[in-house]
Design a protein around this ligand. Structure first.
Ligand code: SME
Length: 321
């Protein structure tokens, strides 16, 4: 399960060389994003009239590097307050931009933007937009600094060492923990069909291994969600369909990852200490019968690693019936 992202960070030669050295990045190519002319050439983009930004398309393994980590690294390689200029390179083609291909990535991108904006006294000039189009640049631009080690780059060489030497250890460790937990959960679930018993032990397993602030289940009972087995402080007992993160995940039938609960319209604050949250629907015979809800006291705790393993975990609740 690879994910992808498009980052404009000024001259794409250096940006690619930086991003490709981050552990967990599995593929990079450079090209032109979010412009107007079909099939642009470098010469056309260079005129600065085509609307394109020099952009790196990257793929990554979310079990080795999180989107959050990648974005933090990206911000180390740009001046986010500079409009249409990075280093000495000037023009709209050198603007900075985060172009996403999946709307689920947007809340985290917005969260990271707000954190970065807090570090500067100036508005950020980084575009955040869905990817509209992308054309791969000519072959001689690909891996330019690998093929031309003395070639031009607006980034300092220390930054490349920084990319090589920093790993997203938090994600690597978390995924290891989940992987072990999943094996334990499989053993626990074997031959057990009672949903409440399974939910109770899954909450315990998660709580004991990952120490989240609140970990538990809400069951679909009639027209609402009713509190089920959980670990953590006292919580709201009833949640209406479509209300809060839990009711929305039920209504939309999909996992919701919320990096900042205050930014989620209609979030239900059972506890004022909760900062971020993930909610995963539990299905039995295609029907949503419950949601798994996990809360954290930190912002932006949950990512694709949590999503990946928690979605597998809840399928264990449905397998033995
Ligand atoms: N915050 C949740 C409510 C449940 S508590 O977090 C345990 C929501 O908005 O649905």
């Amino acid at each position: 399960m690879e994910k992808e992202l498009y980052l404009a960070a000024g001259c794409f030669w250096g940006a690619e060389h930086f991003l490709k050295q981050i552990e967990g990045v599995t593929f990079t190519e450079v090209g032109f994003a979010n412009g107007t002319t079909p099939n642009p050439t470098y010469q056309q983009v260079y005129t600065d009239t085509t609307g394109y930004a020099e952009t790196v398309h990257l793929r990554y393994d979310p079990l080795r590097v999180s989107l959050h980590f990648l974005l933090e690294m990206y911000f180390k390689a740009i001046d986010p307050t500079s409009l249409n200029q990075q280093g000495e390179d000037r023009g709209t083609r050198y603007r900075t931009g985060i172009y996403y291909t999946h709307p689920d990535d947007l809340p985290l991108i917005q969260y990271v933007m707000s954190v970065e904006a807090g570090k500067y006294g100036l508005p950020l000039q980084v575009e955040v937009l869905p990817l509209a189009n992308f054309y791969r640049a000519e072959d001689y631009h690909q891996d330019y600094l690998v093929n031309n080690p003395d070639g031009y780059c607006h980034l300092p060489v220390e930054l490349f060492a920084y990319a090589r030497n920093n790993r997203d250890t938090a994600t690597l460790q978390k995924c290891d923990t989940y992987s072990l937990l999943l094996r334990q959960a499989k053993t626990l679930a074997e031959g057990e069909a009672d949903l409440i018993a399974l939910m109770a032990n899954m909450s315990s397993l998660l709580h004991e291994s990952l120490h989240f602030w609140w970990t538990g289940f809400y069951r679909v009972v009639g027209e609402e969600l009713l509190l089920g087995p959980f670990q953590g402080p006292v919580a709201c007992m009833h949640i209406a369909y479509g209300r809060g993160v839990c009711g929305t995940a039920w209504k939309e039938g999909r996992t919701l990852v919320v990096p900042d609960v205050e930014a989620f319209p209609g979030h239900i604050a059972c506890s004022a200490a909760s900062r971020s949250e993930i909610v995963v629907p539990v299905r039995r015979q295609e029907k949503i019968v419950a949601v798994l809800d996990i809360d954290s006291k930190e912002y932006s705790t949950f990512d694709d690693c949590d999503r990946f393993y928690l979605e597998q975990l809840v399928t264990l609740l449905c397998s033995a019936q």
